[in-house]
Structures are given as C-alpha cells and as structure tokens.
Design a protein around this ligand. Structure first.
Ligand code: NAD
Length: 349
C-alpha cells in the first residue's frame, strides 16, 4: 500500500465561479491541524474543472506535508484558477483577483494564499484589497515578495545533501546537474549550482529562456525532448508536476533526483521504482520548502533572521531524512511522509 493514498481526506473544497468577472477556480483546504491552511494560488490552462480540481487536491495535500515537515505551524491548502484567456487584460485581471480575495475572505482565515505558478506578487495586492489572508505582496507594499530565491536555496541544499549521501562527495564541484525548467525557481537553482562549481545542463519548453539562462550562468542548453535520458549525476525537475513516470526510469542516467517541482513523480510507487533502480529521490516537499518558509513568515511573524535559521534547519532536516532512510533501508519519501503525519497526528491529539 502506498504511503500517500489519502487523496480525498480534505477538510473543505470550494469551487467558485464569480459571475461578474468570470474568475473560476477551486480552493482546497487539506488540513488545518497545525494552523491555517497555507498554499499558493496557481493560474493554469487546465483541460477542465476535473483536471483543475485534481490538481488542487494533490497540491493542497502536498502543502500539508510540506508545512508539517518544515516545522511550520501551518496546515495545507492550495487554490487554482482556470486560465480561460480572461486573465490577460490587466484591469480584468485585477478585478478577478479581488473576486478571488472575496472567496478567501469568506473562508474566515482557514486559508491563506501567496503567489505560485502563473501568479505574481502584484496579483497578491489585488487579492489583499478583499482579504488580509494573503502573503507575498511586493516588498514595497510590505510583503515579502517572490519566494522563488528561497525555494532555490532549499533545493540547492537538498541536492548537496543527496550527492553527499549517494556518493560521499562534500562539494558539488564537477557534479553534472540537469535543471529541467528554468523559470522563477529553476534559474536561481542554476545560479547556485554554478556558484558551487557544478556543470549545469538546462532545458525549458521556452527555448529562448533556456538559452538566456545558459548564457548568463555558463550552463549548457539542451532540448526538452530526451533531456531525462541525458548523462547527468543529478536531475533537478523545476518545471511543472508529474514529469517522471515509471516508464522513464529505464532511460534515466542520473543517481539523484531533487528539484523544485511539486509532485514531480507520476505517483508514490514511482519513488519505490526509483529506489529499486539505485536513484535517490529527495521528496519534493522537503526540497522545495524554502519558499513557504519565506512567505509563511508573514503569517507566523518571523523576522529575516528567523527565516534564515529555518532555511538552514530545513536543509539539515533533509539530510537527516536521507541518512535515516539509508540506515533503515526505507525510501526517503516514506520516512518524510511518516514523520510529517506523526507531527500532524500529535497536534490533533
Ligand atoms: N516559486 C516557488 O517559490 C515555488 C515553491 C515551491 C514549489 N514550486 C514549484 O516549482 C516549480 C517551478 O516553479 P516556478 O515558480 O519556477 O514556475 P515558473 O512557471 O516560473 O517556471 C516553470 C518553467 O518550466 C517551464 N516548463 C513548463 N513545462 C515544462 C516542461 N514540460 N518541460 C520543460 N520545461 C517546462 C516553463 O516554460 C517555465 O520556464 C513548480 O512545480 C512549482 O509548483 C515553486
């Protein structure tokens, strides 16, 4: 039986359609056991409501695990918006964001959002016109802004810990790292890896973005097609979810997978199949927790020093989970899920 099979244990799922603006989306509150459910607001072109709902359910559940594992007194939630083309006009977008804010306000503080794929700190300002349950506004408006550089920090820490665990290497000098997706987080991961002397390969559906990042940081750009099968020590999935399916495993040349993407595996069984193939998979919610530590600070009242301290603790925690898994012969995903669930169960008691 897989360890994360409780997909529908959500506390509350709200589907909304604002008739005045056309804003349509879903807020999924997976758990408030540790505190208000916090998770980003994603805007994406979904195939339909079912696909959007499934994404919200999965992402909100992952936020519960992430916030618990990061030691934050926050539950897990996520909101998704359906991109119907009506978000392109700036005024229409601002009106829609206010409508989303009104939905969040009606939830009475059970859910707090911030930016995610497809949304920006400026969007959070629109939401803030209707609710105070939002974080990550631009710095000049008193928010903590884009969390991506902090997410990249815990991803970089996870990569270093996994390479150390797998190969005993104390530095990333000369380690070949493939970063798939060089958007907000991926580009910072590339920068941090290059600073540490790694050889970096990049690919992105937006080929000009991949080329720009490669030129800027001295990395090598490669096509997306066939990227997973290229020779590399570490694969860092930093695009969208469900990139790695069981049928890819035979083609993979890496020994470590650690990246920013939420839910990069097609399912939990893929983590077991990776382990069987000798590939160390760092659970996504451990590797990418830096961003929620950064924006969660607004809700939890942390100052910059406390954010820094917690980023360090999160990286050390990832290393500990990898060591515990190696000692016990368990898969790190199972260790991390069990630990996060124990913290949540303790809070419920
Ligand atoms: N931004 C954060 O702080 C944060 C925090 C935690 C997790 N994450 C996760 O990290 C991932 C990246 O987030 P982001 O903010 O950088 O998003 P982004 O949209 O800025 O960047 C994603 C990049 O991936 C590329 N891409 C999309 N599909 C692709 C594919 N199939 N193959 C190759 N490239 C593809 C896009 O062109 C884009 O450049 C997402 O899964 C997100 O949920 C982000």
């Amino acid at each position: 039986m897989s360890t994360i099979d409780t997909e529908f244990e959500h506390e509350q799922v709200e589907l909304f359609c604002d008739a005045a603006t056309g804003a349509t989306g879903i807020v999924a509150i997976h758990s408030t056991a540790l505190g208000p459910a916090m998770g980003g607001l994603r805007l994406a072109a979904y195939a339909g409501l079912t696909a959007a709902t499934t994404d919200a359910l999965r992402l909100s559940r992952a936020m519960t695990l992430k916030n618990a594992a990061a030691g934050l007194d926050l539950g897990g939630g996520k909101a998704v918006l359906l991109d119907d083309g009506g978000w392109a006009d700036a005024d229409a977008r601002a009106a829609r964001m206010r409508a989303v804010g009104a939905v969040i306000e009606r939830l009475g503080g059970r859910f707090v959002t911030a930016e995610d794929v497809g949304t920006t700190p400026e969007d959070m300002t629109g939401i803030a016109e209707a609710t105070r349950h939002v974080a990550g506004q631009p710095v000049e408006r008193g928010g903590r802004g884009d969390p991506s550089p902090w997410t990249a920090r815990t991803v970089a820490g996870a990569i270093a810990a996994a390479v150390r665990q797998q190969d005993g290497a104390e530095t990333l000098a000369g380690v070949r790292i493939g970063v798939l997706g060089v958007g907000h987080v991926g580009r910072h991961v590339v920068a941090l890896m290059r600073e540490q002397g790694a050889d970096v390969l990049v690919a992105d559906l937006d080929t000009s973005r991949a080329q720009d990042v490669a030129e800027r940081y001295g990395a090598e750009a490669a096509p997306v097609a066939g990227f997973l099968a290229l020779e590399m020590d570490v694969l860092a999935p930093c695009a969208l979810g469900e990139t790695i399916h069981a049928e890819h495993i035979g083609d993979l040349r890496c020994r470590v997978i650690a990246g920013a993407a939420n839910n990069p595996l097609a399912g939990p069984d893929t983590a077991h199949a990776l382990a069987g193939a000798g590939i160390l998979y760092v659970p996504d919610f451990l590797a990418n927790c830096g961003g929620i530590i950064h924006v969660g600070a607004e809700v939890l009242g942390f100052d910059d020093a406390e954010v820094e301290r917690r980023i360090g603790v999160a990286v050390d925690h990832t290393a500990t989970v990898l060591e515990q898994a190696a000692v016990s012969g368990a898969v790190p995903l199972d260790v991390a899920v069990a630990e996060a669930r124990a913290r949540i169960a303790g809070a419920r008691r």
